[in-house]
Ligand binder design. Structure first.
Ligand SMILES: Cc1cc2nc3c(=O)[nH]c(=O)nc-3n(C[C@H](O)[C@H](O)[C@H](O)COP(=O)(O)OP(=O)(O)OC[C@H]3O[C@@H](n4cnc5c(N)ncnc54)[C@H](O)[C@@H]3O)c2cc1C
Ligand SMILES: NC(=O)c1ccc[n+]([C@@H]2O[C@H](COP(=O)([O-])OP(=O)(O)OC[C@H]3O[C@@H](n4cnc5c(N)ncnc54)[C@H](O)[C@@H]3O)[C@@H](O)[C@H]2O)c1
Length: 473
């Protein structure tokens, strides 16, 4: 059996694993990464990039249709084949050559195959040909194996060959009818995308649309999906599924309704990729989310085992996983060199923003961009808050941006500290606006000082001034 030794071994070459490895190499250590599918992970081939490519063309078309002059120039429909083609290129045709070259240029060794921890700091890699390689880590092993779609226990569902987000993101054609079970982020984005691409879409949103966001966001998205012809069934609970001999899928709901579709997409959350990583060999339970301390060390993992990204369930977002990767890489280097670990709040090796300041953009129509706590989450945390709302459509910049601009903004203020702890925008093209709020939340900028951050006229960002005026000086 071939054996190698590195300072750090990372299992999983998604965006998070790649960034951990890069960071430790930049810190002067050696690193190997183990990947069983494509280097680049879920985000590159079946999640962030292809789904946003599916959504972008429809968004540009909608924007043009909201403006007299531009509207008249747009005569055709969305070209679904062209959209799917652009999506294919953003998924790099499901080839990872580009990412492999990047690993090489970054000085990271790649071992292809299923990685399994055999004992403390020892990882065995089994390639598709069954050949095994043993990797020993001098300092740390990092599990960055990500997550997979959860398939709920609905009778008949598995046999009906449902789509997960993978099949939706990589669909070769647009189904005539698409049923979606779930109302979260994947469901809302895919309903927006496939509705625009020409599918007749039904969303079975048992727990509502975007239930974790501020309520106005889900309401605006539901209204707009319905206006676009999507059937959104709030509270509908799928209880059985059957695909008949003609290929049609029948989804029964608890209230006795039936939905017929050509494909059914299941989007009800994720499970961790920890079933087959060898956790049982080091006294940990397989198949569970890996709990970590503030420096990403696995609880009960002997001090050498780290977990970053989706697999630790802190935040299931690429950018936040990469933030964890930077902290994990740096802390592994610091510990290897015997340097001081700075795990104080907002310290170099702590992932404080995971709890306080996670930004997210949901690329629906309208877009939903948020950071920090919702009003409900802040109240549940026992904070003394004030919620400040403003109609985004009545800002001068918004009315210029699009005729009939409809949107809403909310700022959640911690009344004891007079700082913003949550901010949500729902409206056309708000995605690029959220970073200002992220800086205000992370920087804990006092409201008094924010009066001096003057938004340019006439931009949508003037909503900041309107929110401050509504709050009062
Ligand atoms: C449809 C969809 C859209 C999304 N859109 C966005 C978005 O717009 N923005 C955003 O920030 N986030 C988005 N996300 C979330 C984002 O995809 C994840 O947060 C991100 O991919 C997590 O990165 P990761 O590196 O932790 O895991 P992954 O990307 O899942 O990578 C893990 C890698 O580990 C490999 N692996 C697993 N087990 C083993 C093993 N035992 N041995 C070897 N290799 C292994 C896998 O093959 C995979 O390549 C989306 C998710 C979905 C499902
Ligand atoms: N733009 C983005 O940032 C983006 C896009 C897509 C996905 N993601 C990430 O991917 C992750 C997974 O997305 P997701 O939409 O699968 O999960 P989610 O957690 O966002 O939503 C799942 C929804 O399904 C509902 N649900 C659970 N069980 C159900 C059942 N049996 N029947 C009907 N509904 C049920 C839940 O109440 C929840 O609202 C998210 O955590 C998100 O962070 C991010």
């Amino acid at each position: 059996m071939t054996a190698f030794e590195y300072d750090v071994v990372v299992i999983g070459a998604g965006p998070v694993g790649e960034n951990v490895a890069d960071r430790v190499v930049q810190g002067g250590l050696t690193a190997a990464i183990v990947e069983r599918e494509l280097v680049g992970g879920e985000c590159s081939y079946w999640a962030c990039m292809p789904t946003k490519a599916l959504l972008r063309s429809a968004s540009a078309l909608r924007a043009a249709r909201q403006l007299p002059g531009a509207r008249e120039a747009v005569t055709g429909r969305l070209d679904a084949a062209a959209v799917l083609g652009r999506r294919d290129s953003f998924a790099s045709q499901w080839r990872d050559d580009g990412q492999v070259s990047w690993l090489e240029s970054a000085g990271i060794a790649l071992h292809r195959g299923q990685g399994r921890i055999r004992s403390a700091r020892v990882v065995q890699v089994t390639g598709v040909d069954g050949v095994t390689v043993t990797l020993t880590a001098r300092h740390a092993v990092v599990v960055a194996t990500g997550s997979s779609a959860l398939l709920p226990d609905i009778p008949g569902l598995r046999e009906a060959a449902p789509w997960s987000s993978r099949e939706a993101a990589s669909a070769a054609s647009v189904p005539r009818r698409l049923a979606i079970i779930g109302g979260g982020v994947v469901a809302a984005e895919m309903a927006t995308a496939f509705g625009a691409l020409g599918s007749s879409v039904t969303v079975l949103a048992r727990d509502g649309v975007l239930p974790s966001a501020e309520p106005f966001a889900g309401e605006l998205v539901t209204e707009s999906l319905r206006e676009a012809g999507v059937s959104v069934r709030l509270g509908a609970n799928a209880v059985s599924v059957r695909r008949d001999d003609s290929g049609t899928v029948h989804v029964d709901t608890a209230d006795g309704e039936q939905v017929e579709a050509d494909e059914v997409l299941v989007a009800v959350g994720r499970i961790p990729n920890t079933q087959d990583v060898g956790l049982e060999n080091v006294g940990l339970a397989p198949g569970v989310w890996l709990a970590v301390d503030d420096t990403l060390r696995v609880v009960g993992g002997g001090g050498w085992l780290y977990a970053a990204g989706d697999v630790n369930r802190r935040v299931l977002l690429t950018h936040q996983g990469k933030y964890q990767a930077r902290a994990a890489g740096d802390v592994i280097v610091a510990r290897a060199r015997g340097e001081k670990v700075d795990d104080s709040q907002w310290g170099r090796h702590a992932v404080t923003a995971d709890e306080r300041a996670v930004p997210q953009v949901i690329f629906t129509d309208p877009e939903v961009a948020s950071v920090g706590l919702t009003a409900a989450a802040a109240a549940a945390a026992g904070l003394r808050i004030r919620v400040v709302d403003y109609d985004l459509g009545s800002v001068a910049g918004s009315s210029l941006h699009a005729d009939g601009y409809k949107g809403h903004a909310r700022m959640v203020v911690d009344e004891d500290r007079k700082v913003i702890i949550g901010f949500t925008l729902a409206g056309p093209d708000v995605a690029e606006l959220i970073h200002a709020a992220t800086i205000a939340v992370v920087g804990e900028v006092p409201l008094d000082r924010l009066w001096h951050a003057v938004p340019a006229y006439p931009t949508v960002s003037e909503v900041w001034l309107r929110l401050l005026e509504t709050y009062g000086r």
